[in-house]
Design a binder for this molecule. Structure first.
Ligand code: ADP
Ligand code: MG
Length: 385
């Protein structure tokens, strides 16, 4: 049963009536370009087939009432005075979007209240951005219900503001832009400095390649400290290098400042500089019709995230190693790290071998192996009904 019909059914059982509409938004996979978004850099995400759906209806009693098929209970809070600190836990994502849209429009959007029922196929905390799927579906719903007529860049900005201020996770805007602006069968080259997006035809299927995502089973929480610390280190490195952000740094400048940076900031900056270059190399290679050549770039991204940015965990390293040993062309951790998923680029005829090899790494630590999820570029957020 799709997330859309589950959200609609949950709405009817919770609120004893039909919602005004149903919206959905996809999770995303970032093919390459990790921890570059908040450094004004480049990334290459695509929307995945798994989606989060939101059934919604305005209210008139001044209450915000939110339920999720994936969470117990019901959140019921006052519409007036909604602000950072007034809601906590998972409801900070959807209600944070409402707060952010009030900030963006300068109006008391849906001041009479809102009923929301949520259901999702995007696994949370697996590096597939369930958070942006939830924010983007909610943003689209509120935009329609309140007649705000904001564009998708503005809705993405609201999702980011919700996550930064209401949830307290200082994430960039990559996930929301991917969820709201992707096109079927293409990745989005994202320039995170100005938000410019360029569709890039990857040609993976035509080249006989599949992308498999393996959930390490290690839960990450971006609201925890590691992500914020990396972000602060990048800002500190940019300051030492005398650039506006690490997007503007060069390897030559990095070497010249090595002493002043110290080992940690040097390696953090080196990851961002080389990762931006890998994104642009990826776009060049697929433009030349050579998607099989992406493998080494993807694996180099993992090595850089592991050694220079230090956001991998042993479970992810083991998946990457096993996949490469079984014929994957490239593999890397995906998402913020500290757990979550790994992606592997695999010739279609080797997908079973890779899945079996990965399963053995889980067996070796006495864990049940997840089923690798095959993902392909899919449609962006939309109204369903
Ligand atoms: P990711 O975005 O990689 O999946 P995050 O830590 O950024 O991981 O976001 C996951 C959080 O988003 C969950 O812990 C939960 O608070 C919220 N969330 C995502 N999907 C849902 C859902 N369907 N229902 C309720 N909360 C959700
Ligand atoms: Mg997230």
């Amino acid at each position: 049963v799709s997330a859309g019909s589950r959200a609609a059914a949950l709405f009817e059982t919770t609120f004893a009536g039909a919602p005004e509409g149903l919206w959905s938004a996809p999770g995303r996979l970032n093919l390459i370009g990790e921890h570059t978004d908040y450094n004004d850099g480049f990334a290459l995400p695509f929307a995945i087939p798994q989606r989060t759906a939101v059934a919604a209806d305005p209210r008139s009693d001044g209450r915000l009432v939110v339920v999720s098929a994936e969470r117990p209970g019901l959140v019921d809070t006052a519409s007036a005075g909604l602000a950072p600190g007034t809601v906590s836990d998972w409801s900070a994502y959807p209600l944070g979007v409402l707060w952010a849209l009030r900030q963006a429009s300068g109006e008391e959007v849906l001041g009479g209240g809102l009923s929301l029922a949520i259901a999702s196929d995007v696994p949370p905390g697996a590096g597939l951005s369930s958070s942006a799927a939830l924010e983007s579906a909610t943003a689209l719903a509120i935009n329609d219900l309140a007649g705000l007529r904001l564009n998708r860049h503005q809705l993405a900005a609201a999702g980011r503001l919700a996550e930064n201020r209401m949830v307290g996770a200082p994430t960039g805007i990559l996930d929301q832009l991917a969820s709201l602006l992707s096109r079927p069968d293409a990745a989005l080259l994202l320039d995170c400095r100005d938000g410019e997006t360029t569709p890039v035809d990857l040609g993976l299927a035509a080249a006989g390649l599949a992308v498999l995502v393996v959930d390490s089973g290690v839960q990450h929480r971006l609201a925890d400290g590691g992500y914020a610390q990396r972000r602060a280190q990048c800002e500190a490195a940019a300051e030492v290098l005398g650039v506006r952000s690490l997007r503007d740094a060069t390897l030559a400048g990095l070497e010249a400042a090595r002493e002043r940076l110290g080992d940690v900031l040097y390696r953090r900056a080196r990851h961002v500089i080389t990762e931006n270059a890998r994104v642009l190399s990826t776009v060049r290679l697929v433009g030349q019709g050579e998607p099989r050549e992406l493998g080494p770039l993807i694996t180099a991204s993992h090595v850089s995230l592991r050694d220079d940015f230090e956001v991998s965990v042993p479970e992810l390293d083991a998946i990457v190693e096993a996949a490469l040993g079984a014929g994957a062309l490239g593999a890397r951790l995906v998402g913020g790290g500290f757990g979550g998923s790994a992606l592997t680029l695999v010739p279609r005829e080797r997908t079973d071998d890779v899945a079996a090899a990965v399963a053995r790494t889980f067996a070796a630590r006495g864990a049940a192996a997840p089923t690798p999820v095959e993902v392909h570029p899919s449609a962006a957020a939309r109204r369903e009904a």
